[in-house]
Design a binder for this molecule. Structure first.
Ligand SMILES: Cc1cc2nc3c(=O)[nH]c(=O)nc-3n(C[C@H](O)[C@H](O)[C@H](O)COP(=O)(O)O)c2cc1C
Length: 158
């Protein structure tokens, strides 16, 4: 027995998640950012998180080149930011407020959390790569999270 793609997608859409924008830069210093809901905590000691990035994503190569990435957990008023970073643009940072962090990777100051991560290991995840990151720095800001459920953006108040 094997599940169809459609049934699998429908089942996964019932899992409510937060939304992140994961940022990095490539070997030429070009900045990259991608909307990612496949993020989770892995370990407290050492502090590890993972993100899953589709192999066909234009930014996929950049993660291996820089060896660092930032996870920005989006605030409830950032659905437009999520859509922006889920769209293919040559320079997604041109019209987006961002700051270059101490690790040289951009972060989004409007997000409620930024985790600065060092890429520990890329792992095989089928049509995605699993990037395991060791958290070097965690910045926490006030605000409520953006929620994604059943193909729609929600907030905790909904
Ligand atoms: C709410 C939401 C969650 C997403 N989660 C992921 C994800 O976890 N992993 C992924 O590879 N793409 C995810 N995507 C799709 C990417 O953001 C999208 O393919 C993006 O255009 C890739 O950018 P790039 O091709 O410029 O690298 C998500 C999109 C949305 C709207």
């Amino acid at each position: 027995m094997s599940v169809s793609s459609e049934d699998f997608r429908t089942a996964l859409s019932r899992f409510a998640s937060g939304v992140t924008v994961v940022t990095t830069k490539d070997g030429n210093g070009k900045l990259h950012g991608i909307t990612v809901s496949a993020f989770c905590s892995v370990s407290l000691d050492p502090p590890l998180v993972l993100i899953c990035i589709e192999r066909s994503a234009g930014s996929h190569y950049a993660f291996g080149e820089s060896g660092s990435f930032n996870v920005n957990v989006l605030a409830s008023d950032q659905a437009n930011v999520s859509e922006h970073f889920a769209t293919v643009y040559d320079d997604k940072f041109l019209d987006t407020e961002h700051v270059i962090g101490e690790n040289g990777i951009p972060y989004l100051p409007g997000s409620i959390v930024t985790l600065e991560c060092k890429l520990k290991k890329p792992l095989d995840g089928g049509d995605h790569s699993i990037f395991l990151g060791e958290v070097q720095n965690a910045i926490v800001r006030d605000g409520d999270p953006l929620v994604y459920y059943h193909g729609n953006y929600r907030s905790l108040a909904d």
